[in-house]
Design a protein. Structure first.
Length: 293
């Protein structure tokens, strides 16, 4: 971590946990809405983006005035990353359970951000490597059908890995943001036209329900609009390796919530995967302390 003198550790930990909880809630909302055919993935992602954009425009206007709203410029890296995430994430939940999908997503994110840290010469320690490898073993376990109940549809896994690539790119882009709120607003707005292309490529026959629309708005306005802004705010205070690792807490939260509220089953594979992910996170956090000492 860096800039600790300007940002208290206690607040940072609180905001990290709050943000990870919002990310986990997104998995549940998408799974409930899309898997139950309350709404299609294209409509869900579009409503999510529009509602999130509206909230962000309001926040930017009241904080910085009208000028940043009408003079926004696209951040190509952020828009590409968010577009890949939005399309892959929502279509993947046609096939995957909320907890499993979240494990695949943030496991893949770790690989992207860890690779980025190596390319930018942040020099991961041995503990960083151990944490990454342990978590990746947990993710890889999901690809092996040790029994029919625990194996996951390959098309769903591929889509979620595409989302992971997008979210990793989006998060790396966020470490360079000088104005997190305005940048997040810009990313949301410029991603809308790209997501609309999915309507043309994959037309939907699912009827919209008020409940599905409500879930999409909650996901966009609260969990995404506010959650992503908070994530972009705290990213500059986290090294890429640590930012990647703390996101792996999301699958564990999502898995626990999906078992509690969606009646999804806890398999031996998902349990072992969660344990390995948690182990990887704590090893990585210890690595950060080890580097300072």
């Amino acid at each position: 971590m860096s800039s600790e003198k300007n940002f208290k550790i206690g607040r940072l930990v609180f905001f990290v946990i709050l943000t990870m909880s919002a990310f986990a809630a997104n998995s549940l909302l998408a799974r409930v809405a899309i898997a139950n055919q309350e709404i299609g993935p294209s409509y869900f992602s579009l409503i999510r983006l529009i509602s999130g954009s509206i909230i962000l425009i309001i926040l930017v206007f009241f904080r910085f005035g009208l000028y940043p709203v009408i003079n926004i410029k696209p951040n190509l890296q952020g828009v590409i990353g968010l577009s890949l995430y939005m399309v892959g994430f929502h279509y993947a939940y046609i096939f995957l359970e909320a907890g499993i999908g979240s494990i695949i997503l943030f496991g893949g994110v770790q690989v992207v951000m860890f690779t980025s840290s190596i390319l930018t010469k942040q020099r991961p320690t041995l503990f960083n490597w151990i944490g990454m490898i342990a978590a990746m073993i947990g993710i890889i376990l999901l690809f092996f059908p040790f029994n029919l109940n625990s194996s996951q549809p390959m098309n769903g896994i591929i889509l979620m890995l595409m989302a992971a690539l997008g979210w990793g790119i989006y998060s790396v882009s966020g470490t360079k943001s000088k104005n997190p709120l305005t940048t997040t607003m810009s990313n949301f707005i410029f991603t809308i036209p790209i997501v609309m292309i999915s309507f043309v490529i994959y037309p939907e026959n699912i009827n919209l329900t008020y409940f599905g629309i409500f879930l999409a708005i909650c996901s966009g306005a609260v969990m995404s609009g506010l959650g992503y802004s908070l994530w972009y705010t705290i990213l500059p205070y986290l090294e890429k390796t640590i930012a990647a690792l703390v996101q792996l807490l999301v699958p564990v939260i999502a898995l626990a919530l999906s078992i509690s509220f969606l009646d999804e089953k806890l398999t031996y594979l998902s349990f072992l995967s969660s344990i390995l992910v948690i182990f990887g996170v704590f090893v990585g956090i210890y690595a950060d302390k080890y580097k300072k000492n």
